[in-house]
Design a protein around this ligand. Structure first.
Ligand code: ACO
Ligand code: LMR
Length: 603
C-alpha cells in the first residue's frame, strides 16, 4: 500500500500550537528538506498567518478558519494533524475524514468519548482513510517527516539519530514509550525507518496489527519492533499473522504491564485501554502468545535492547542482500533565542542599563526598596530612591517636599500656566496641553535653578567675592540666573523665598551657598529692587547646602549640576499646577483663546 508519510508529505495542522508546529519544521530542517511540511494551519477563531522558523529563517504559514479553506489552499496536503481539544476533536476529525484530499488524520486529544472514536473509526474504514490515535504523539518517518511531537525534542532527535532512515519499523501503543523504543532501536540496529504510536485508548483509530502490516509491507523495512500494553487483544492478532505467514519479517515484541501480576486485584494503568481484566488480556499471556507464534520476546523490558540487537544482527545485518543505509548528516536547527539564553548557551549584551527600579520580582522595588516600604512615606522618599539613590537624609527629603509644594503653581499669569491654558482652550488633549506649559520652562522661568546653583557652587568653591562676581557679570552683560522677578521685589518679597530661607535657617547647620546668594542679592538690589534672589535661586542655593550636608563630594555635585538635576525639582513641582490649569479649563469648557488686538502693538 502507498506509504502514509514520505519526504514530500504535506500536512495541515489543526489548532495553532506553536511548539509542535516548530518541532515538525525543525525536523524538516534537520533532514535538510527544502521546504516545511506544514503547509497550512486551521484556527477556527482567526485566520491570518502563523510566524515560525524554518531553520534560522522566520516564515509565515497561512492560517484558515476552516479545513475547506486550508485544503483549497494546498490540495496536495493529505495529512491532518489534529491538535483540537477533546471537545472539538470529533467534529474536526469527521470533517477531515469526509474531505477528499485528506487520507490520514493523526488525532492527538486524550479522553475522546469511546462512542465518538468508534464512529470515527467506522467513517475512516468507509472512506478508506487512516486514523492514528487518539491519544497519540504521532509518527515519524526517519529522514522524511515527523507528524506531531513524535521523537521528542530536536536534541533527542539528533542524539537518537532519528533523522537517519534505517531498516526497522516500530509500532507502540504508548507515545512516551515510543521515544524510548526509538532510542533503543537506534542504539542497537541501523535505525528506525518509520515509527508510530497508536495511542492507548480502548478503541485506537488504527490497531497495532494494521500499523504493523502497513510497515511490514514497506520493502525498506526488514524487521519490526512492537511495544504492546496490558489490556485489549490486539497482540493476539499479530501472533495470528505471524503464525499464518502474513508477517514474514522478524518481530521483536514486548507487552508492558507484567507488573500487574503482583497486584491481588484488577489494575487500571495510565491509558484507558490498559486495564488488567481477565487473564487473556494480561501482559504475561500476550507475551506468551506472541512467543509461541514465533515473535522474539525478551525475558523483561530490560532485555529488549539486547534482543533487538541480536535479532537485527542475525536476521538482517548478516543477510547477503543487506545494504547498510547511506549515512545522513543532520542539519542542526538554530537554537531558539529564549531557550538558548535560559540554558546559558548564548549571551547577549544588554541594550539598556537601569539602576533605579526593578519590576521583575514579586514586588516592585525602587532602588532596592520594596514598594510596600515606601507607600506610607511622603512622595520625597520615592524621589530619594528614584533620583538620589536613597542618599538624602530626612532634611533633604523634607526640603524636596517643600520645593514641590512651593513650585507647584504661581497663578494663571505665568508662562507655564498661560501656555497650558491656551493649548487646552485650543481643544488639545491633556498631554499636549501639559507639554505646552512645560516647554516654557527655561533660562528665564523655572529653568534657572541649575545655572543659579552653578555660579553659587563655583563662587563658594573658588572663594569669589559676591560684589566682584556681580561686577564681573555686569561687565560681561550677563544675567545672573536665580536673580530677578517680574513682580516680586525687596518691597514685595516672594513668600516662597522667605519660606525656603526659614527652612534652611531651621534645619541646616551649614548654609554657605544661601548666604552667598543673599550677598549677591544685596549687590543686585542696589541696582533695581526687583533683582531679588528668586525662587529658582533660593532652591539652588539651599539644595547645594543640603547636598553638602549629605556628604556629596564636589565632583558629585558638579555631576548633578551637569545633568540639570536642580531644574528637575521645579519641573516636577510645576507639572502639578500645569495639570491643574488644564483640568480647570476643560472643566469650564473654555473656548478657543484669541489674544486681544488692543494688547498687541503692531509695529
Ligand atoms: N541679573 C542681572 N541683571 C538683571 C537680571 C539678572 N538676573 N535680571 C534683570 N537684570 C537687569 C537687566 O539687565 C536690566 O538692566 P538694564 O536696565 O541695565 O538693561 C534690568 O535689570 C531690567 O531687566 P528686565 O529683563 O527688564 O527685568 P525683568 O524684571 O523683566 O526680568 C527676569 C525678570 C526675566 C526674571 C530676569 O530677572 C531674569 O531673566 N532673571 C534670570 C533668570 C531667572 O532667574 N529666572 C527665574 C525667575 S523665577 C521663576 O521663574 C520661578
Ligand atoms: C513662578 O514661580 O512661576 C514665578 O516665580 C514666575 C512668575 O512670573 O511668577
Amino acid at each position: 500500500m502507498q506509504e502514509l508519510f514520505t519526504k514530500n508529505t504535506k500536512v495541515i495542522f489543526y489548532n495553532e500550537h506553536p511548539v509542535p508546529i516548530q518541532a515538525m519544521l525543525d525536523y524538516d530542517w534537520i533532514c535538510a528538506k527544502s521546504e516545511p511540511c506544514v503547509s497550512a494551519i486551521i484556527n477556527p477563531k482567526k485566520s491570518g498567518f502563523h510566524k515560525t522558523f524554518f531553520g534560522p529563517k522566520e516564515i509565515l504559514i497561512p492560517v484558515f478558519k476552516t479545513l475547506e479553506e486550508a485544503v483549497r489552499y494546498d490540495p496536495k496536503a493529505d495529512v491532518l494533524i489534529n491538535f483540537a481539544s477533546v471537545r472539538s476533536s470529533f467534529e474536526s476529525t469527521k470533517v477531515a475524514l469526509e474531505a477528499p484530499n485528506i487520507r490520514t488524520v493523526v488525532l492527538v486529544a486524550e479522553g475522546i468519548p469511546e462512542n465518538q472514536t468508534r464512529e470515527l473509526i467506522r467513517l475512516a474504514k468507509e472512506n478508506k482513510k487512516w486514523i492514528i490515535g487518539p491519544s497519540t504523539v504521532g509518527a515519524i518517518k526517519a529522514g522524511a517527516i515527523r507528524v506531531g511531537y513524535s521523537g521528542g525534542s530536536s536534541e533527542n532527535i539528533i542524539e537518537s539519530k532519528l533523522y537517519q532512515p534505517g531498516s526497522v519499523g516500530v509500532v507502540t501503543v504508548s507515545g512516551g514509550m515510543s521515544n524510548e523504543v526509538y532510542s533503543i532501536v537506534n542504539n542497537n540496529t541501523d535505525g528506525v525507518n518509520e515509527g508510530v504510536a497508536i495511542g492507548g485508548d480502548t478503541y485506537p483509530g488504527s490497531t497495532l496489527l494494521e500499523n504493523v502490516m502497513r510497515l511490514h509491507d514497506n520493502p525498506e523495512i526488514k524487521m519490526l519492533v512492537v511495544l504492546g500494553e496490558i489490556g485489549g487483544t490486539d497482540e493476539y492478532e499479530i501472533a495470528d499473522a505471524i503464525k499464518s505467514g502474513k508477517i514474514n519479517k522478524p518481530v521483536v515484541a514486548w507487552v508492558s504491564g507484567t507488573v500487574a501480576e503482583l497486584f491481588p486485584t484488577e489494575v487500571q494503568f495510565g491509558h484507558a485501554g490498559a486495564r488488567s481484566g481477565s487473564r487473556k488480556v494480561s501482559a504475561v499471556a500476550k507475551n506468551k502468545a506472541l512467543k509461541d507464534a514465533g515473535a522474539y520476546i525478551p525475558k523483561s523490558f530490560n532485555q529488549f535492547g539486547y534482543l533487538i540487537k541480536k535479532v537485527f544482527d542475525d536476521e538482517v545485518r548478516k543477510k547477503k542482500d543487506y545494504i547498510p543505509p547511506t549515512q545522513v548528516t543532520p542539519q542542526i536547527p538554530a537554537l531558539d533565542f529564549e531557550s538558548a539564553i535560559r540554558d546559558g548557551l548564548i549571551r547577549r549584551r544588554t541594550s539598556i542599563v537601569s539602576g533605579i527600579s526593578d519590576d521583575r520580582g514579586d514586588k516592585l522595588t525602587y532602588n532596592g526598596v520594596d514598594i510596600d516600604k515606601i507607600v506610607d512615606k511622603p512622595l520625597s522618599y520615592t524621589i530619594n530612591a528614584l533620583w538620589f539613590e536613597n542618599r538624602l537624609d530626612e532634611t533633604g527629603m523634607d526640603f524636596l517636599e517643600l520645593c514641590l509644594k512651593l513650585t507647584a503653581d504661581h497663578g494663571p499669569a505665568v508662562v507655564t500656566a498661560h501656555n497650558a491654558i491656551t493649548t487646552a482652550r485650543a481643544g488639545k488633549d491633556l498631554v499636549s496641553s501639559v507639554v505646552s506649559g512645560l516647554l516654557t520652562i527655561g533660562p528665564r522661568h523655572g529653568g534657572a535653578i541649575n545655572d543659579a546653583a552653578k555660579w553659587q557652587f563655583e563662587c563658594i568653591t573658588n572663594q569669589i567675592d559676591s560684589a566682584d562676581f556681580v561686577k564681573e557679570m555686569n561687565s560681561k552683560g550677563e544675567l545672573i540666573m536665580g536673580i530677578g522677578h517680574r513682580i516680586k521685589s525687596i518691597q514685595n518679597p516672594d513668600e516662597r523665598v522667605q519660606l525656603i530661607k526659614k527652612f534652611a535657617k531651621k534645619n541646616l547647620k551649614q548654609t554657605e551657598h544661601l548666604e552667598f546668594a543673599l550677598e549677591v542679592e544685596n549687590e543686585t538690589t542696589k541696582k533695581k529692587n526687583n533683582l531679588i534672589l528668586n525662587v529658582d535661586g533660593a532652591i539652588g542655593a539651599v539644595f547645594l547646602d543640603i547636598l553638602k550636608s549629605n556628604k556629596y563630594e564636589d565632583e558629585e555635585i558638579l555631576e548633578l549640576i551637569e545633568m540639570e538635576l536642580f531644574n528637575a525639582i521645579f519641573l516636577l513641582g510645576r507639572t502639578i499646577g500645569i495639570i491643574g490649569h488644564v483640568l480647570d479649563q476643560k472643566r469650564m469648557k473654555e473656548p478657543l483663546y484669541r489674544h486681544p488686538w488692543d494688547d498687541i502693538l503692531y509695529k
